[in-house]
Design a binder for this molecule. Sequence first.
Ligand code: CP3
Length: 348
Amino acid sequence: MSEPRAKPSPFLNALDGFAQPTPPLWMMRQAGRYLPEYREVRAKAGDFLTLCYTPELAAEVTLQPIRRFGFDAAIIFSDILVVPHALGMNVRFEAGEGPRLDPVTDRAGLDGLRKLLDPARVQPVYEAISKVSGQLGRETALIGFCGAPWTVATYMIAGRGTDDQAPARMMALRDPGLFEALIDRLVEASIRHLGAQIDAGADAVQIFDTWAGVLDPEQFDRWCVHPLRRIVSGLRATHRNARIIAFPKGASLEALEGLAALKLNALGLDWTVDRAAAKARLGDKVALQGNLDPLRLIAGGPQLDEEILNIRKDFEGAPHIFNLGHGIKPETPIAHVENLVEKVREKL
Ligand code: CP3
């Protein structure tokens, strides 16, 4: 198996534990609807999944924000729901409504899923990665990703996004055996999917645990920490130097400390985290990625400039990757992103 390439990239240097003179910068959901050039390609593709599965188009929209803003990392254009789709689930994206899946609610539903990812549904992702990888300068890293098993399971069980992830939380409590079997399936699929993305040219991988914040500490340990530990060790068994970022949105500082012990390269922080406390408790164990509130980027003005400066100062001296605390929203003005890029790269 191939190892990550050595690159003189500020983003990879930060992941390797070295504080950079100015923090490397990328944004979650940086390829997306706030960009007119994305909306154009998206309209041409018609369907969201068609865009994900057409390597030329997925590569093109991955590169758009790099061309426009010169971010330090590109993230491959795909979705966390590609994994359930490749396990045989029916996944649709309805305009303005978000994802719809035929939910898994019982053992028969789980037994009906594939054991391994359908190559026809994941190969285009790997092809898009190798296309992008060949077109990026050496200073720009490429990120592959998947959803964390817990977050992906919430969509598989509810069949859609929910406000409180109650269907998945109920299954985990009422039928932990069934829930565990589903999580196991996702752990195995995630290890394979991330490994294949690294083989195709991804320099690092991020695991999105968007709904980590709704679990109590016992359930968090069982369904977030433990599966993540298995993914980290499974991936590093085949890809010894795999660089891994986890983004457990909504996790408490105690929960983040538990995750830092897994020897991740970085932890993504949302905007609710106390930065000074995070730096003190985590900064010598992992790089810290974040944590601008995406609404601040929409609002703009002096509060934005001040917060950018505060984030930089709070993490100064630690390996820090500047990012948002969650994905950029479609209504974000492009001028505000341009301002962000400028301010993040200014000398302090
Ligand atoms: O970050 C990037 O630019 C890479 C691409 C990426 C997408 N989704 C593209 C996308 C990534 C990393 C994701 C991750 C993802 N997908 C997550 C975890 C991160 C997070 O934002 O919480 C989740 C929960 C999903 C599932 C998903 N995909 C939902 C709930 C939706 C609908 C809501 C929405 O934002 O529209 C999607 C659709 C989706 N995934 C879009 C994009 C650009 C919008 C679809 C469109 O263009 O019509």
